[in-house]
Design a protein around this ligand. Structure first.
Ligand code: NAD
Length: 354
């Protein structure tokens, strides 16, 4: 039923979506009236950066290929130097959430216009959120200053995303949409996008796992990831995202895999407090038990399902539990010590959610 009152806050962004859309890069650069664009990538994707740089022709200012996980401030400062030396008047970030994070960090400091070309399903390009690390501490800033002027989604660039990363990155996106459905500031517009996103991703990811070259599934997954990013950027997240943040930060666990493991358990924990959301997810996922369906989905994409298998020590269970309880935050079901510890215990062991 339609809630009586809600606020819907749309973040501005222009989106070009499809196959072969990087062809539109020169016209997008023209639209923004840029003359010297600095291209960002990780060391692993420097070839992509070079290809985009040649597409830019005389409007390419240079390449900085040092983007890395968790957006360390030291790396941002190096990139700032390159931006200044090359006289860049715009930024092009091509890659996953790590490269997007660097682009956002530069935009925050310089105010330069930003083009993002995402190649994973992280959804960061749609959010006004930037996570940065300095001296091992991750801090989050939320400001529209980090939003890009345009996002170019090109399905072709996602074809090389390895099957395993596609699965976990896609379930990371599903987690944004699932938590949007029970956000404190939820609204019916975001509900629509979240449901569409989960359906698209849950359908596409097993097909990609079977055949990473399935272009139809790749298109659906990228579309679902875009919508999931909108959800993440529009409403507040709760238990699942906070737990993953704590676990990732404390035990240095891989981002997308941590999300993939925790999601079914976080949903099961919240289920009794959100019967309408569970009903909606039953329809979207075609399963009586949505938490179990998400656990099965992780299995279907070949992802690891136990925190112990991705580097979390067993004594971390009670430690993570106390960290979570010491920073209380809103969640549809209040945080309770024992049930939370049971949740972490199951996620650590890789048992199905209950
Ligand atoms: P990532 O950007 O770290 O990419 C992982 C690796 O895959 C990198 O080496 C990258 O170069 C490579 N890669 C990316 N796309 C590829 C492709 N198509 N083909 C081949 N290789 C490819 O991983 P991610 O999961 O996209 O991003 C995770 C980071 O994003 C985390 O730091 C997380 O905190 C952040 N994040 C931020 C937000 C936000 O709103 N601020 C949202 C989601 C994620």
């Amino acid at each position: 039923s339609l809630s009586n009152r809600f606020v819907y806050n749309a973040n501005p962004s222009r989106v070009v979506f499809g196959t072969g859309t990087i062809e539109s890069l020169p016209s997008e650069v023209e639209r923004l009236d840029l003359k010297r664009v600095l291209v960002l990538s990780t060391p692993q994707q420097v070839e992509l950066a070079e290809a985009l740089s040649s597409r830019l022709g005389d409007k390419a200012a240079g390449i900085f290929s040092g983007a890395t996980m968790h957006t360390p401030v030291a790396v941002t400062e190096e990139a700032m130097k390159v931006a200044a030396e090359t006289g860049a008047d715009g930024i092009l970030a091509a890659g996953g959430g790590s490269t997007t994070g660097l682009g956002k960090a530069l935009a925050l400091r310089t105010g330069l216009p930003q083009i993002i070309i995402p190649t994973t399903y992280s959804g960061s390009e749609m959010t006004p959120i930037l996570g940065e690390t300095a001296d091992g501490v991750k801090k989050t800033v939320t400001t529209p200053k980090v939003l890009p002027n345009v996002v170019i989604y090109d399905v072709d660039l996602t074809m090389s995303l390895p099957a395993s990363l596609s699965g976990t990155s896609g379930i990371n996106a599903i987690a944004h949409a699932v938590e949007a459905l029970y956000a404190r500031d939820k609204n019916p517009i975001i509900d629509l996008m979240a449901s569409e996103s989960i359906a698209a991703l849950a359908g596409a990811l097993p097909a990609i796992s079977l055949d990473p070259g399935n272009t139809d599934a790749r298109r659906k997954a990228l579309y679902g990831a875009w919508l999931a990013g909108v959800c993440l950027g529009a409403v507040g997240m709760s238990l699942h995202h906070k737990l993953c943040h704590t676990l990732g930060g404390t035990y240095d666990l891989p981002h997308a895999e941590t999300h993939t493991i925790v999601l079914p358990h976080a949903l099961a924990y919240n289920a009794s407090a959100i019967p309408d959301v569970i009903d909606r997810l039953r329809g979207v996922l075609g399963s009586e038990n949505p938490a179990l369906a998400l656990y099965d989905l992780a299995g279907a994409v070949g992802a690891r399902r136990a925190l112990k298998d991705i580097g979390m020590p067993e004594d971390g269970i009670s430690e993570a539990c106390s960290i979570a309880l010491s920073n209380p935050y809103w969640n549809p079901r209040p945080l309770e010590g024992e049930p939370l510890e049971r949740l972490l215990q199951r996620a650590w062991a890789g048992s199905p959610p209950v």
